[in-house]
Unconditional design. Structure first.
Length: 225
């Protein structure tokens, strides 16, 4: 017989509020620390991507630069899906379920895409099964995953890379894996990029694009893009 889980202790309203207020102090400290980390991330140097990587996409061969879809920044999820797998990584799949509507990223000149080693047809079938609309490209037969640290000693590793382009030149600005990928939502994704949320309260280097916090957001079907 399955036992019932234990419950939190019971308190009166005043005790509950006092405990909540104590926790709130720590929550605010954590928020300020995350803001400081994002500000430091916006000041990271970037490294030029040394070769013109080419992927298989639904419309044929595409370059890494094409994955930007005309935007300045690209967030790329390294989805674990090896060449002989029939089903994508469970953890990666749940992460993509977390993403939400990409329109809010696009409004900040940022694209989002996935890359995996499995053949494009396999990726397309799994994408349709999951009901995803995120662009997904195959790096089969290339060294892209190896060069980006998503394939290590022949084994797959999930991760997230951020790229910025200046004309035809693509730079890598950030990479994270493991629990660094647990937070979700478009604000968190923007916090991984060199330009951040681009809101005027952020501690950003001089010359970074910024606008009022409450002046740029729209419903996801109201953006021009």
């Amino acid at each position: 017989m399955k036992s019932e889980p234990r419950l939190p202790p019971i308190a009166d309203e005043a005790e509950w509020q006092a405990a909540r207020d104590r926790l709130l102090v720590k929550e605010k400290q954590a928020t300020r620390l995350l803001d400081a980390l994002a500000a430091e991330r916006r000041r990271l140097p970037m490294v030029r991507v040394g070769q013109d990587h080419v992927f298989d996409g639904p419309d044929g061969k595409v370059r890494l630069l094409d994955l930007f879809e005309g935007r300045r920044q690209l967030i790329l999820y390294h989805f674990m899906f090896d060449t002989d797998w029939e089903t994508g990584c469970l953890g990666c799949s749940r992460k993509i379920d977390d993403i939400g509507n990409l329109a809010h990223l696009h409004a900040r000149d940022t694209s989002f895409a996935m890359v995996s080693r499995a053949p494009l047809a396999t990726l397309a079938a799994f994408r349709e099964r999951m009901g995803w609309t995120v662009p997904w490209f195959s790096s089969a037969g290339t060294r892209f995953n190896d060069d980006m640290g998503a394939t290590v000693d022949g084994g797959e590793r999930f991760g997230l890379s951020v790229f910025l382009h200046d004309g035809e030149v693509v730079y890598r600005t950030y990479f994270t894996t493991g629990r660094g990928l647990e937070p979700a939502g478009f604000r968190h994704f923007l916090d991984q990029t060199p330009y951040g949320r681009q809101e005027d309260w952020e501690d950003s280097p001089e010359g970074w694009p910024q606008s009022p916090t409450y002046g740029w957001g729209r419903l996801n079907d109201e953006y021009d893009d």
